[in-house]
Write a protein that binds this ligand. Structure first.
Ligand SMILES: Nc1nc2c([nH]c(=O)n2[C@@H]2O[C@H](COP(=O)(O)OP(=O)(O)OP(=O)(O)O)[C@@H](O)[C@H]2O)c(=O)[nH]1
Ligand SMILES: [Mg+2]
Length: 140
């Protein structure tokens, strides 16, 4: 039997000073296509998850992470893929975030996140983001 492989993914919940969160829409042809997501991507060999987070947010959003803290860890089995989402809360960054890969993107208030279709694995993230700001360890 071949051991299954779980993809380790660094995911950034970027919070701006107004308490809004940066989201973008996955391209149709990708896994979980057309769903909304938080920026991020696979941790590559030789990287730790924080390095992967910084690299992905620079590549995808053109920002430099200044302050980030682990938020939650989600292991989820899709029918076609197993993922480990290593989710970080990014509360300080330099640059103006913009999606760099042609994806639709926007800033949304935390309570508005429930109106967007996200991959099922994200449900617990969205739920936790409804907590009071002091619970998030961030302003807003
Ligand atoms: N980036 C991101 N990926 C997510 C989220 N939720 C979720 O289930 N995933 C899953 O995590 C996996 C890896 O994400 P990704 O496609 O962004 O990886 P990547 O940037 O390295 O892409 P690539 O190397 O395929 O171009 C995908 O299977 C995706 O469906 C999310 O909120 N953000
Ligand atoms: Mg990605």
């Amino acid at each position: 039997m071949v051991a299954s492989k779980r993809t380790h993914v660094a995911v950034g919940v970027i919070l701006n000073p107004d308490g809004q969160v940066f989201i973008s829409r996955r391209h149709a042809h990708l896994h979980q296509g057309n769903k909304w997501e938080f920026p991020g991507g696979k941790v590559e060999a030789g990287e730790d998850v924080y390095q992967a987070l910084c690299r992905e947010l620079l590549e995808e959003c053109n920002i430099q992470v200044k302050t980030a803290a682990p938020f939650t860890l989600i292991s989820h089995d899709y029918p076609d893929k197993q993922v480990l989402l290593d989710v970080w809360l990014v509360t300080a960054f330099s640059g103006q975030p913009q999606q760099q890969e042609g994806q639709e993107w926007r800033w949304v208030a935390r309570h508005e996140l429930t109106a967007y279709p996200f991959p099922v694995a994200n449900e617990i993230i969205i739920e936790r983001l409804q907590d009071a700001p002091e619970m998030l360890g961030a302003k807003g």
